[in-house]
Design a protein around this ligand. Structure first.
Ligand code: SAM
Length: 303
């Protein structure tokens, strides 16, 4: 069985409702709305959502922009079937396919959405072998992201855009000293460090509740530990196969500059996540605060 197939099967219902209806889903929709209002025309013709999952943000955007064409695509046929029933709109087109196959399409779109899906490209194409117990290779993963975005960029009309939402790597890569503020988080973090197969994260413990960690690794830990803390093992079993952070804003800027796009970005942390993190962690040294969680990007094609 391919790892991606194994991963699709792990995603149970709770995973999808969490993803779309939870705080992150609302935060994401608001951030996209802001980017579109400020940097995109108020009308366009064709919208493509790649790795659509069960999110209907694209359908809302399509209505707002008055687009005559809407294409939803995912490489998971079960997801597409479920969405086709739910959206129930004969004007929508449905495609089962991998992001790496769209380079051959002749279609052109005004807006392409990649919402919380690029980290799966990084995670599954970034492994040297098809085994989720093997660590993700960062260089290989980033190369897969570049290759995928290169293909997507070809499909965007001049003046059109790509929207990406995902989790962010902190702009700085520095050693941090972190204090864990309660027993629950100490237990969750210890389990995370013991069991996370996607990257072996090295920390140096100074006391039972204090350690040093690289700031990029801390960003990864922040996205993962709370599934264990909440006892949400279905979600942990999915997420532990992934890394949600693969690029800094500077790296996105660089990449989209090469591709001929102007990048607009929003960086922030949903309120609930921020509260939880501040209850659980204190940054003792290295940065003045816990790094921000989310990036929302709009890249507009200028050449
Ligand atoms: C984390 S979910 C995000 C779903 C949705 N876009 C959202 O924001 O809620 C990632 C989705 O991307 C799809 N996906 C992952 N890798 C893909 C690939 N290489 N090609 C097409 N779809 C992919 C998965 O099947 C899944 O539905």
């Amino acid at each position: 069985m391919e790892i991606s197939q194994d991963h699709k099967i792990r995603k149970k219902e709770g995973y999808w409702s969490n993803l779309v209806e939870g705080e992150t889903g609302i935060y994401k929709a608001e951030a996209i709305d802001e980017l579109i209002s400020q940097h995109f025309p108020d009308h366009c013709d064709a919208v493509l959502d790649v790795g659509c999952g069960t999110s209907v943000i694209a359908q809302t955007l399509r209505k707002r922009l008055g687009a005559s064409r809407m294409v939803f695509m995912d490489y998971d046929p079960a997801v597409i079937e479920e969405m086709r029933k739910r959206v129930n709109d004969p004007t929508v087109e449905w495609k089962v396919g991998d992001i790496f196959n769209i380079g051959a399409w002749e279609d052109r779109f005004d807006l392409i959405l990649l919402l919380d899906m690029i980290h799966e490209v990084y995670s599954f194409y970034g492994r040297p072998v098809r085994d989720v117990n093997v660590e993700i290779d960062h260089v290989r993963g980033q190369q897969a992201v570049y290759d995928a975005l290169f293909q997507v960029a070809r499909l965007v009309k001049l003046g059109g855009g790509i929207i990406i939402t995902d989790n962010a790597l902190s702009p700085e890569r520095v050693p941090l000293r972190i204090r864990l503020r309660n027993a629950k988080v100490i237990k969750a973090v210890s389990k995370f460090l013991d069991e996370y197969p996607s990257r072996r994260i090295a920390v140096r413990w100074h006391a039972d509740d204090e350690f040093s960690i690289d700031s990029h690794d801390f960003c990864i830990l922040l996205t993962q530990y709370n599934k264990i803390k909440a006892g949400n093992m279905d979600r942990w079993n999915v997420e532990k196969c992934e890394i949600h952070q693969y690029m800094t804003i500077a790296e996105y800027n660089n990449l989209f500059g090469h591709l001929g796009f102007t990048l607009y970005s929003l960086v922030g942390t949903p309120e609930g996540a921020s509260e939880e993190w501040n209850e659980d962690f204190k940054v003792i040294a290295g940065l003045s605060a816990i790094p921000e969680k989310r990036i929302s990007l709009l890249a507009v094609k200028h050449r």
